[in-house]
Write a protein that binds this ligand. Structure first.
Ligand code: NAG
Ligand code: NAG
Ligand code: NAG
Length: 500
């Protein structure tokens, strides 16, 4: 798995901190120059002599491919994207005015899912800032994939197959219906369409993936009824990789990807400048909470947070009566002025605010491992203490633990290290402008595509050797597979066992 990866990235030292973007070290540039030089020499020789092949040892079994400089950058990275009938995506997106009661989501589905651009504010970058909604990932991934550098129209060379079905938008329209077969109508239609395709039959769908801009819980209704559609329970979809904003720890084929935040940069420099700004940011508050109360919260961690923050002179939160928490600039202002940002479970385990906090260079404080640690294993370091604070929610809700005391006990040098780690994560969890050119950093889309390709490749290799690759199980231990260190294989006791 990838999640140790941020540590291994090249970084150019700027002070002791280092920059998280990939900047090639000088030796790499020199090597590239010399490769280009020699390639040119070879090119001249080959055009003069006509046939390059005569200079090379003869390959045994197959003829020489056409001469190219270096390797095809896309080998092993090609994606085949279905051109789906519009009833599975574009037609649903057009129903945006019906996605949510009282909110016209059409504003937020504009700009390929980024929503309306924000005017320059104090707390967001001058360009690339948008009012982005939390449920729009299907659009963001689809529009990015249309411009993916290694898109292919030939499924036989594809490393993975992308299904641009807007499962979450369909859920937004149909989840509330009491008629279960109506709720499942389009998901069932989608699956029946897929399994008839020759592209599907090649690997039984094990190379297929899709993105659902809602949590897994909306798609795993049991036969007896209950919440959601049954989409992710269908055998075909169980063979696929599904990216959601909140994965289940028990399913095995779904993976959490970052919620979209409010900054969608167009260049490496945009990101480097923002990271620098967050490093220098003055943080007046020890802790901050960008959230409101819930009606049913008496002895919940959320009620405790609001109570404890209210008593403290080092904590900042929104007064729940003002509308300010709907303003991205207001939210970012709060998160940027705090050392620690409190991220309790929201309506579900995860919150968009977690990614707003990372963007703000604010150290997140979690109360449940499913809020992040078992969730974004492709994105966040395995050592969660390196970038976040974990306070078990029962300590706060049942045992009256003081959040502020816990945070004050962390030595300032450790706080600085954690913040630097958070700032280093920023590019990995953002969604860049799909039209941007010449960007070298990997954003959340790139990380997801790499991870899917890796997951499929393992299955492909195993199938070639005549067995089935197993990197997860369904059921209670599935989350442990996602947290394995490379090479590790045994399901043993885990420190998160008491919570999951
Ligand atoms: C439920 O929905 C299905 C499919 O849309 C429809 O055929 C059926 O008549 C509906 N049943 C009821 C009771 O409305
Ligand atoms: C799912 O994959 C299995 C092999 O792992 C295959 O036997 C089965 O046919 C696939 N299901 C569908 C619906 O294609
Ligand atoms: C919880 O702790 C606070 C401060 O430590 C104290 O004032 C309060 O009375 C405690 N509440 C309960 C229910 O023990």
């Amino acid at each position: 798995m990838e999640s140790g990866a941020p540590k291994d990235r090249h970084s150019v030292g700027q002070g002791s901190g280092g920059v998280s973007l990939l900047r090639p070290p000088r030796i790499f540039c020199l090597t590239m120059l010399s490769i280009v030089f020699w390639a040119l020499i070879f090119y001249f020789i080959s055009t003069m002599q006509g046939d390059m092949a005569s200079l090379l040892p003869k390959p045994s079994a197959f003829s020489l491919p056409p001469f190219r400089f270096g390797r095809d950058r896309c080998v092993g990275r090609y994606i085949y994207m279905y051109d789906l009938p519009p009833r599975f995506n574009a037609d649903i997106a057009r129903e945006c005015s019906k996605f949510a009661a009282g909110v016209d989501m059409c504003k937020y589905t504009a700009n390929e899912g980024f929503g309306p651009p924000l005017p320059p504010g104090d707390c967001l970058p001058e360009k690339g800032a948008y009012h982005t909604d939390q449920y729009v990932l299907e659009l963001i991934y689809h529009s990015r994939m249309r411009r993916y550098e290694c898109l292919t129209t030939d499924p036989s060379i594809a490393a993975a197959v992308y299904v641009p079905f807007y499962a979450g938008f369909d859920a937004a329209l149909n989840l509330w219906r009491s008629n279960l077969s109506a709720r499942d109508a389009l998901p069932r239609d989608m699956v029946e369409w897929l399994v008839r395709r020759p592209e599907w039959r090649a690997m039984g769908g094990h190379d297929h993936f899709l993105v659902a801009g809602r949590g897994t819980w909306d798609f795993v209704r049991g036969e007896g009824g209950g919440w959601g559609s049954a989409f992710m329970t269908y055998p075909a979809v169980r063979n696929m990789t599904v990216l959601t904003i909140e994965a289940s720890p028990w399913l095995g084929n779904d993976f959490g990807v970052p919620f979209p935040s409010h900054f969608h940069p167009s260049s490496d420099d945009d990101v480097l400048r923002w990271q620098d700004r967050m490093r220098r940011q003055e943080r007046r508050w020890l802790w901050g909470f960008a959230g409101g109360s819930r009606p049913d919260s008496k002895r919940t961690v959320r009620a405790q947070i609001i109570e404890q923050c209210g008593y403290s002179s080092s904590c900042k939160m929104f007064a729940s009566t003002t509308g300010v928490h709907n303003s991205p600039n207001g939210i970012m202002g709060l998160l940027e002025s705090a050392e620690f940002c409190i991220e309790p479970c929201g309506d579900s385990y995860t919150r968009k605010s977690t990614f707003d906090a990372i963007l703000a260079g604010c150290i997140p404080v979690f109360f449940h491992p499913i809020s992040a640690y078992t969730q974004y294993t492709w994105y966040l370091p395995r050592d969660y203490r390196s970038y976040s604070v974990f306070i078990p929610q029962d300590d706060v809700a049942k045992r009256n633990a003081s959040i502020e005391e816990t945070l004050r006990k962390i030595p300032p040098a450790k706080v600085a290290r954690m913040r630097e780690e958070v700032i280093r994560l920023i590019p990995r969890v953002m969604y860049r402008d799909p039209a941007a050119m010449g960007v070298t950093f990997k954003d959340a889309f790139d990380v997801a595509v790499d991870a899917v390709i890796d997951r499929v490749a393992k299955r492909r290799r195993a199938a070639a050797e005549g067995h089935e690759y197993q990197d997860s199980v369904d059921g209670q231990h599935s989350w442990k597979y996602d947290l394995f260190e490379p090479g590790h294989k045994d399901i043993g006791p885990h420190e998160f066992d008491p919570y999951i």
